[in-house]
Design a protein around this ligand. Sequence first.
Ligand SMILES: NC(=O)c1ccc[n+]([C@@H]2O[C@H](COP(=O)([O-])OP(=O)(O)OC[C@H]3O[C@@H](n4cnc5c(N)ncnc54)[C@H](OP(=O)(O)O)[C@@H]3O)[C@@H](O)[C@H]2O)c1
Length: 337
Amino acid sequence: MRICLIGFGAVGQGVVKAISLKKRDIKNKFNMDLKVVGVSDSSGSAINPGGLDEDLLLDIKSKTSKVSNYPKYGNSAIQGIGLLDNIDYDCLIEATPTNIETGEPAKSLTLKAFKDKKDVVTSNKGHLALFYNEIINKSKENNVKFKFEASVGGAMPIINFSKKTLASSKIESIIGILNGTTNFILSRMTSEGSSYKNTLEESQVLGIAETDPSQDVEGIDAACKTVILANSILGIDCVYDDIEIKGISNITSEAIELAKKEGYLIKLIAEVSKDNLKVAPRLVKKNSPYAVEGTLNMATLKTDLADDVTVIGKGAGSLETASAILTDLINIGKLKN
Ligand SMILES: NC(=O)c1ccc[n+]([C@@H]2O[C@H](COP(=O)([O-])OP(=O)(O)OC[C@H]3O[C@@H](n4cnc5c(N)ncnc54)[C@H](OP(=O)(O)O)[C@@H]3O)[C@@H](O)[C@H]2O)c1
């Protein structure tokens, strides 16, 4: 399978590293050859139809921050969507930044790949939160595969798990913690008794919260994931504006202390059901499945046959997120073999 990768940051580099680590196993187990033929970041690209060396790609990016410095095959004139017209490939892996205003560049990249009859795997959520149905319909019209397991909960299995492992059950609702940064902040405020402001600053120093933390702390990131789960698992036709959102920036250490005394924790909870599409801080019981700590994500799926099923996993991280992308690639490859 010839792979074109657009977006070579934490996730894109994780994908290349995971391919380097796993390609022999994947060949042995699934008889699939994974070959990275094109990579683009915002500076340009590296293109080789014969395959780029994964370790060299990572080395060049870490030393020079530009993939276009790749020896012989680097190209500073071709970037982003331009790469798709300059390389023959089978699957696009799209890992550009999430944009909740326009969904770009992810939306254009994805639709262009579909039009060219290419499969797409993404970790991005912005375009899905804004245009879920349009994008899914275009993938069907063009008869290509489109997978996005990594867009919700990073390595936490939820979309493929719901569709395949829980195929016999109807999933009635999903209630969970879908943002690792806010879970880290609330967990630290609970264990240390520290203020929201100090804990946010600590999270920024540790690299867990972004310099501009608003997407996480205002509940925007969790709301995007709520849209994706609602559409893909519960079949609820909704977009980002349909989600009721409240973040954690007004949570005080006093409120957390009071909850603690009564046997509760405060968590940023996403609820996905036909009656409720909502992200908000809520009280959860101390020893319940919702009491996960640190940057972990979790979700309880309420089903008709299997009753409650809870999944927990790393919601972010370079290799962790890449693991979900690689699984999507393998599943696409299996369908083609
Ligand atoms: N990080 C995680 O753990 C995680 C987990 C799940 C999902 N996600 C999602 O995965 C996506 C990627 O996340 P990330 O953490 O890897 O982001 P990131 O570190 O900011 O990397 C984004 C990459 O996209 C490149 N880029 C930006 N605009 C571009 C354009 N127009 N054309 C080509 N490349 C472009 C950037 O180029 P430069 O390198 O030149 O700046 C960078 O390489 C996001 O949508 C995010 O929400 C991330």
